[in-house]
Design a protein around this ligand. Structure first.
Ligand SMILES: [Zn+2]
Length: 274
């Protein structure tokens, strides 16, 4: 599932292709996306047709495409298997294409999503939309140590669940939470408020894993590609995620995996003792 570094990589590869172009038409497959909710095609067409794209940015795991109509914009969540590509209109559409924006210059922005856990919507005020307004500070762009300390102190949740909760901190998912906790030497089940005194260490871990992953253009476990169709190279840089039974790169102890609400937690029992 794409997390902050993957979404940022998509944004960086989309931006030069989209800035300044105008949208001529919108097509949707009519299939429901996240939670089988149908896309509001009328709103999408009303807000985006004949509008010019003025910015492509990110908040948490959302891609925000600003239009030259006051605060209006398009928001896209890639879910598990969502992809955004800019392609020539003449190129055949991939299977599972669910939204197509026809652009000036004979190109199309296409949203393809095999599993349909992604989401696409248009909003008159994209930052105030319910999807975006409810997010906590962005893990890379907005989180600082004081804010993290306050958030930690206010939560009884285990650290892993705390960091995954997009309402508290936006952008992290299973891979980078496991990696950040390993770097910070914190056990995933430690209650958040008990880690408030180690906010500096945790923030350092979060920033390190995100920066490395960004430099590697994201992690491709299975599906992820950027807007050019390229996979990310970060899988080789992961220290614990997906390394069950392999030796910890710091202490040599075998990395453990504990199944946890459908998402595996990977950690080193020695480096991250409770
Ligand atoms: Zn270790």
């Amino acid at each position: 599932m794409p997390e902050l570094p993957e979404v940022e990589t998509v944004v960086r590869t989309l931006r030069p292709r989209l800035l300044g172009t105008s949208i001529r038409a919108v097509w949707t497959s009519g299939k429901g996306l996240r939670l089988a909710r149908p896309i509001d095609r009328a709103a999408l067409a009303r807000l985006s047709v004949a509008a010019r794209i003025t910015a492509v940015r990110r908040k948490g795991k959302y891609i925000l495409i600003d239009l030259n109509r006051a605060q209006a914009g398009i928001l896209v969540h890639l879910g598990m298997t969502g992809r955004l590509r800019v392609q020539a209109a003449a190129e055949p559409r991939a299977p599972h294409t669910h939204v197509v924006w026809s652009l000036t210059g004979g190109r199309e922005l296409r949203f393809v999503d095999a599993r349909r856990f992604g989401w696409v919507a248009a909003s008159r005020d994209v930052d105030a939309s319910p999807e975006v307004a409810g997010l906590g500070p962005d893990a890379l762009a907005e989180l600082d140590v004081d804010r993290l300390r306050v958030l930690l102190a206010a939560s009884r949740a285990p650290l892993k669940a705390f960091l995954l909760d997009q309402k508290r901190i936006a952008g992290l998912g299973n891979i980078y939470v496991c990696e950040a906790l390993f770097r910070a030497r914190l056990h995933p089940r430690t209650p958040a408020r008990r880690a408030a005194g180690r906010a500096t260490q945790l923030l350092r871990g979060i920033r390190a894993v995100l920066r490395i992953a960004l430099a590697n253009r994201g992690t491709t476990m299975r599906d992820f590609v950027d807007a050019e169709g390229r996979s990310g190279d970060n899988a080789a840089a992961l220290l614990v995620y997906g390394r069950e039974g392999k030796l910890c790169r710091i202490c040599g102890e075998p990395v453990r995996r504990s199944p946890d609400a459908g998402r595996s937690t990977f950690y080193c029992p020695r480096c991250q003792s409770r």
